[in-house]
Write a protein that binds this ligand. Structure first.
Ligand code: PLP
Length: 390
């Protein structure tokens, strides 16, 4: 059975070119990049090249890039660096719809005496910017706002927020893990001080990420050890993965330049419009205009998302649901809850996230198979029958 993979916000396939670039660095060139040149020397040069590629993708300078093990590490490094750099400040700000990499860290910090402001969103997923600005004070150490939401794809106005924060002595961090490679990002157009990215969201392997740290930003390392990454992240470099990340960044730039995402957006829109037209009581979660071009979160009211996933899986279709397993029961995600999506819709929410490897045929296949799945599940749903008065 062919697999139709539309869960690219969870993780992506390693691009063949990326794998090819990495392989020699497991076998032939296994020297330590910190060793003397000749054997290790080529490795160090390759890491330099990878750093340049990642920097170029976001308009940064190479020495503003620190390699990490993942998006989560980049996020933790940024937040902890900010609070360590401003030990007298005890207030930190983020949004209600962040990934657990930020959300759970902020909740931990709240238990450790930090005053935390979680900025709410409306039912389109838009941030309440007035609430954000009104809550800033001289005690605020850091504001962390994701560039784009992983569940709905809604894009936040990072440039606008950074302008508002710039004049204050507050670190501004953005988790751009889902935005990188999908929309153009240039850190020169923003006042962001730090930006997190993760390789496995744009066709590099899992276990490699990076943190952009704007020149002049106060910084304290999270991983303390050797002199690697100019003392900003100790530990021998994950050479092959860094080289893979560099290659993936180069490819992402090329695809963005060639308008690769217009094609993906076209496929996403076709999928979305078709499902909206052909399945009644179907809603798109979140703002549809200012959104990542590859993502749609669709609520099929009165059915269980997990059941939809299981039935799609029988046809080889992979996506994800808007629920998370909390203490053994399925709860709508904190993102959909923060947006006030009703339970009957949140439970039946499915996220499709596309990549450049998806095709028109795959979209046709899904729009053929999914409507009868929903119809069959609704025929069994007491909630549907009650809502329809049947
Ligand atoms: N931030 C966002 C917005 C994400 O979507 C993810 C992963 O899904 C992460 C952070 C964590 O990245 P990683 O899996 O590389 O730790």
């Amino acid at each position: 059975m062919n697999v139709i993979y539309m869960d690219n916000n969870a993780t992506t396939k390693v691009a063949p070119e990326v794998l090819e670039a990495m392989l020699p660095y497991f076998s032939e060139y296994y020297g330590n990049p910190s060793s003397m040149p000749s054997f290790g020397g080529d490795v160090a040069a390759k890491i330099r090249e990878a750093r340049e590629n990642v920097a170029t993708l976001i308009g940064a300078a190479p020495d503003e890039i620190v390699f990490t093990s993942c998006g989560t590490e980049s996020d933790s490094t940024a937040i902890r660096a900010a609070i360590e750099s401003y030990p007298d400040k005890r207030h930190i700000v983020t949004t209600r719809v962040e990934h657990p990499a930020i959300k759970n860290l902020y909740e931990n910090l709240s238990k450790n005496g930090y005053q935390v402001t979680f900025v709410p969103v409306d039912n389109h997923g838009h941030l309440d910017l007035d609430y954000l600005y009104q809550n800033l004070s001289d005690d605020t150490a850091i504001v962390s706002v994701m560039w784009a939401n992983n569940e709905t794809g809604v894009i936040f106005p990072i440039e606008e927020i950074s302008q508002e924060i710039k004049s204050r002595d507050i670190v501004f961090h953005t988790d751009a893990v889902q935005a990188i490679g999908k929309i153009p990002i240039d850190v020169n157009n923003t006042g962001v001080d730090m930006l997190s990215l993760s390789g496995h969201k744009f066709h590099a392997p899992k276990g490699i990420g990076a943190l952009y740290i704007r020149k002049g930003t106060k910084f304290a390392p999270f991983m303390v050890g050797g002199h690697q990454e100019k003392g900003r992240r100790g530990g021998t470099e994950n050479t092959a993965a860094i080289i893979g990340l560099g290659k993936a960044a180069k490819l992402a730039e090329k695809h963005l330049d060639e308008n690769g995402y217009e094609r993906i957006k076209g496929l996403r829109d076709k999928l979305e419009n078709n499902l909206l037209e052909n399945v009644q009581n179907t809603i798109v979660n979140g703002e549809r205009d200012s959104r990542l071009p590859n993502t749609t979160s669709i609520a099929f009211e009165y059915v269980e998302g997990e059941a939809i996933l299981l039935m799609m899986n029988e046809h080889g279709i992979c996506a994800s649901s808007g629920s998370a397993c909390t203490s053994g029961s399925l709860e709508p995600s904190h993102v959909l809850r923060a947006m006030g999506v009703p339970f009957t819709a949140a439970h039946g929410s499915i996220r499709f996230s596309l990549s450049r490897y998806n095709t028109e045929e795959e979209v046709h296949f899904i729009v053929e198979k999914l409507p009868p799945i929903i119809e069959n599940l609704r025929a069994l749903s007491p909630f549907w029958k009650k809502a329809m008065g049947t």
